[in-house]
Design a binder for this molecule. Structure first.
Ligand code: C2E
Ligand code: CA
Ligand code: CA
Ligand code: CA
Length: 279
């Protein structure tokens, strides 16, 4: 028993060491990723649910690591947040998304709102509004074409400073969206405290529509509440025609999902926009 206990222990530490060194490798590689230009943005189209028009796109980070291949954001963003690397990376995302949105407009394509995910770590920076302003100024993009995606937990954090940051961003004319809506906190008080523009209904409520009665009730309630509060709604993760019609019938404004388009490189969006213009 003693013998096998020791073996288990050795096995355990070996597995743990492997995990720790894998994590260190990821962290060290991530430190180089920006300078080595391994990061890129893909863009996922967002459509008006009634006209079917392309109205916006969400910028989604991609990391092509030379040895490990494509590493999904769910794996490296937590590491970037723990190490603080999310700050330079997040600023690069903001600048690159604004630059791209302005480049589409400069090419004479129909203007699109570009949505950028903001990490809680970025949101805690006292100078976030100034950093956003810097990205807009560098690109020449008008603030009305930039949407920042925040999460419920970020708005719950610390009242004073966050209220001020949000007020500054709104005063600049930037759009604010609440990401993964419905998965965070049960308190809805912040919906009236902050001036948001849009609720993004989380994919987990959309997935089993229209069959799942609870999800149907929740989604319908969110759309109705948003309408009464003067907020736009976007359904995330729409994958079927039935989901599309369910949402359209209930007055949801926009959708984003594999049914219409996956995240894609900027040049594919350029082609989509070109077709939109000639249509
Ligand atoms: P998110 O903000 O909720 O982004 C939407 C995710 O859902 C994306 O995954 C997208 O590819 C996926 N998705 C969209 N439509 C569908 C669908 O119809 N079906 C399914 N199954 N999935 C769909 P992705 O690109 O892997 O991003 C994962 C998460 O990583 C994002 O979730 C976001 O939290 C984070 N992330 C991505 N880019 C950034 C970034 O630039 N900054 C920060 N802070 N976080 C980011
Ligand atoms: Ca998002
Ligand atoms: Ca989301
Ligand atoms: Ca998410």
């Amino acid at each position: 028993a003693k013998e096998s206990g020791r073996n288990n222990y050795q096995y355990f530490t070996a597995a743990m060491n492997a995990r720790v060194s894998q994590r260190l490798l990821l962290e060290n590689n991530l430190r180089q990723a920006l300078a080595r230009q391994e990061l890129a943005l893909h863009y996922q189209p967002q459509y008006d649910l009634h006209s079917g028009t392309l109205v916006g796109c969400e910028a989604l980070l991609r990391w092509r690591q030379p040895e490990q291949g494509l590493i999904p954001p769910d794996r490296f963003i937590p590491v970037a947040e723990e190490t603080g690397l999310i700050l330079p990376i997040g600023q690069w995302v903001l600048r690159e998304a604004c630059r791209q949105a302005q480049a589409w407009q400069d090419a004479g394509l129909p203007p699109l709102v570009v949505a950028v995910n903001i990490s809680a770590v970025q949101f805690r920076q006292a100078n976030l509004a100034a950093l956003v302003q810097e990205a807009l100024a560098a690109s020449g993009l008008s603030p009305c074409w930039l949407e920042l995606e925040l999460t419920e937990s970020m708005l719950m954090e610390d009242g004073e400073r966050h209220t001020q940051t949000l007020a500054q961003l709104k005063a600049m004319g930037i759009r604010l969206a609440l990401d993964d809506f419905g998965t965070g906190y049960s308190s809805l008080a912040y919906l009236k405290r902050f001036s948001l523009d849009k609720l993004k209904i989380d994919r987990s409520f959309i997935r089993d529509l229209p069959q799942d009665a609870e999800d149907a009730a929740i989604t319908t309630a969110i759309i109705g509440m948003a309408r009464d509060l003067g907020l736009e709604t976007l359904a995330e993760g729409v994958e079927t025609e039935q989901q599309w019609s369910f949402l359209a019938e209930r007055g949801c404004a926009q959708m984003q999902g594999f049914l219409r388009a996956r995240p894609m490189p900027a040049d594919e969006i350029t082609a989509l926009l070109g077709r939109h213009r000639s249509a």
